[in-house]
Ligand binder design. Structure first.
Ligand code: NI
Length: 223
């Protein structure tokens, strides 16, 4: 399941993020890639331990944890601190699959990958995030402040940027529900539940769907 969240980060917060990114120092992104991915990756990232990361994470992670679509679509258990990446002309990330287990300190399984777009698509040429799905390739280039959530098990790449600069935050999380298929069922059921809450709040259908949703989460969660 591929979920996009428009305006995850407000325009004011995007401006603040841009101000911090403009002053930040970026280094080669090969440092953060697994051994095999490193050869395929040409971008730049803010290094781990940089001062700017705290304020960036407060805005970006804060927006993520407040967002209900994100919570319902991923059922997060452990969330990584994001990497902030910049791709200028000639930079790309060839087709790869994300490492299954990540984290230098506490380890976590990557179930869901997240890309948050931090500048406008008009500001760069190329640079599409291309994800292989069972329904063919999806080419994604979202507005500033929007996010895309996709299974970490997919092959994906970032096409070469041929002009301008592309700014993104990328992160991963371990879900309480390991199975992608189960997460998708829960997400759809949660959507139906929320619609019933609005349209038929006192109906027995609403109560039954709510009970079923809650008990499926209980049945399928590992915490
Ligand atoms: Ni990746």
């Amino acid at each position: 399941m591929l979920v996009t969240i428009e305006k995850l980060i407000s325009p004011q917060e995007v401006m603040e993020v841009r101000r911090i990114l403009d002053e930040a120092t970026f280094v080669s992104g090969r440092v953060s890639a697994g051994k095999r991915a490193a050869a395929r990756k040409k971008n730049s990232e803010i290094p781990v331990g940089a001062n700017s990361l705290d304020s960036l994470n407060r805005i970006v992670m804060g927006a993520l944890v407040r967002n209900e679509t994100y919570r319902l679509a991923t059922l997060p258990l452990k969330v990584a601190a994001p990497f902030y990446a910049r791709y200028v002309s000639g930079m790309y990330y060839d087709s790869h699959i994300d490492d299954p287990v990540m984290g230098d300190g506490p380890r976590y399984r990557s179930d869901v990958s997240i890309t948050i777009f931090l500048n406008a698509p008009e500001e760069y040429q190329g640079g599409e995030l291309c994800i292989d799905t069972s329904f063919g390739e999806q080419r994604i280039k979202q507005s500033a402040g929007s996010a895309v959530l996709y299974p970490s098990s997919t092959l994906h790449r970032v096409d070469e940027v041929t002009g301008g600069e592309r700014l993104v935050a990328v992160t991963w999380l371990q879900s309480m529900v390991r199975s992608e298929a189960q997460r998708e069922l829960l997400y759809k059921l949660a959507m139906a539940r929320d619609q019933l809450f609005c349209e038929l709040p006192d109906s027995s259908a609403c109560a039954t769907v709510e009970q079923t949703y809650v008990n499926l989460v209980r049945m399928w969660s590992e915490v």
